[in-house]
Design a protein around this ligand. Structure first.
Ligand SMILES: *Cc1c(COP(=O)(O)O)cnc(C)c1O
Length: 385
């Protein structure tokens, strides 16, 4: 028998969350962001649930190729753009859109146009409106836009920017204002569609923003972009990944006895604990401390002691009937329907839901839960992988 740890991908939750994005961003095209192998869920596994998206966005050409292999014929946007001139050949072959954020990339386009007079691309011009990662500064943006407009290789141009603080405030002000005001001011001279919103902006600011295309990522996977200000219940999102395992041993501790490496947890009373088959080699954070929530048989309890490579310990005081074989949910839904949002585990672990979901490792078995999911056209059904 395989080790009991499994990551279960709930297709009905993914589809539900996509509908939530469409409702929040009514009137916009909704692109599903599936970078990092669909935030750790697996592009092939989520694809059926996201077919109703208007496009996909990701970073790696290899991942774009996988979407094309699944039969996706709509738009695919490379969020970080091209990394070399050679990438343009793949973009042409796979019909990919991409961002242009540097003068160097414009130069590659110019050179490629010279040798491929038939090539044409839909391009997203990225403004650095304040985050200072990628993009043209507002001053440089105008000339970059004009230059691109004049290239024969450019089929269409879309304005693009990315928010640093759409999930909250910045320096005591609403977090989107400092960037959006600047962005609007610059793009008004160049009428064209724009894409600005990520999940946080979709959920919190759709009324104030004009984003012809929105780029929804984390919300699709059932994590709240602005937790703890809002939970997934507040946003009416559903957990899309459940990381489940089982109790494989039970120990009875006496007061004064410790658990695990470093003896970081010492019992102050007799207590029953369970050892669960999940550790940092499965992608669970080694730094998740005593007190991090988990579900055993659907009941809420907590980690105790240090997470090791293949195991972690949970307190069974609140679940006296739990024995070897009892279900442990590290995040997501239990088989009886109890939920532990990934955001609560992330919070206790000093990180965000994004990181937890992306970190699940190769050795974890994945399964697809199709319950209550009906694909619009179910051409082929995915096997468990
Ligand atoms: C990852 C990413 C997104 C999606 O962000 P979420 O917070 O996951 O919704 C949108 N735009 C860009 C440029 C990104 O890199």
């Amino acid at each position: 028998m395989p080790r009991p740890i499994q990551a279960i991908i709930h297709l009905s939750a993914l589809a539900h969350n996509l509908q939530a994005a469409k409702r929040s961003a009514a009137g916009s095209q909704v692109y599903a962001v599936v970078k990092a192998n669909a935030y750790g869920h697996g592009i092939e596994r989520v694809y059926d649930a996201f077919k109703q998206a208007d496009g996909f966005a990701l970073l790696d050409i290899a991942e774009a190729e996988r979407l094309r292999a699944l039969g996706w014929q709509g738009d695919i946007l490379l969020l970080e753009g091209i990394f070399s001139m050679q990438d343009l050949a793949d973009c042409q072959r796979l019909q990919l859109s991409f961002s242009i954020h540097s003068a160097c990339q414009i130069e590659w386009l110019r050179q490629y146009q010279h040798s491929h007079p038939e090539a044409q691309f839909n391009i997203f011009v990225k403004m650095n409106s304040g985050m200072n990662r990628l993009g043209f500064t507002p001053e440089a943006y105008r000339s970059a836009w004009t230059e691109l407009q004049q290239l024969r290789i450019v089929r269409s141009l879309t304005h693009m920017m990315h928010f640093s603080d759409a999930d909250g405030e910045r320096f005591g002000e609403c977090g989107i204002q400092y960037q959006y005001t600047l962005f609007k001011q610059i793009i008004q001279d160049f009428p064209a569609p724009a894409t600005v919103s990520n999940s946080a902006a979709i959920l919190r600011h759709s009324a104030e923003l004009q984003s012809d295309i929105v780029r929804s990522g984390i919300m699709l996977y059932g994590s709240s972009p602005d937790y703890p200000a809002h939970s997934i219940q507040d946003w009416q999102l559903q957990p899309a990944m459940s990381l489940r395992t089982e109790i494989i041993a039970v120990q009875q501790l006496q007061a004064g006895q410790s658990v695990g490496y470093g003896s970081s947890f010492v019992a102050d009373r007799p207590m029953r604990i369970g050892i669960a088959a999940c550790g940092y080699a499965d992608g669970y954070q080694r730094t998740s401390p005593t007190g991090t929530p988990a579900l055993v048989n659907g009941q809420r309890t907590q980690l105790i002691g240090r997470v090791s490579m293949d195991m972690l310990a949970v307190d069974l005081s609140a679940v006296p009937d739990a024995d070897i074989g009892a279900e442990v949910v590290l995040w997501g839904k239990s088989s009886c329907g109890a939920a532990l949002p990934v955001d609560e585990v992330a919070r206790a672990s000093g990180t965000v839901g994004y990181e937890l979901m992306c970190a699940v490792t190769q050795r974890v078995q994945f399964a697809i839960d199709r319950a209550e999911f009906s694909a619009p056209s179910q051409l082929k059904s995915l096997e468990e992988t």
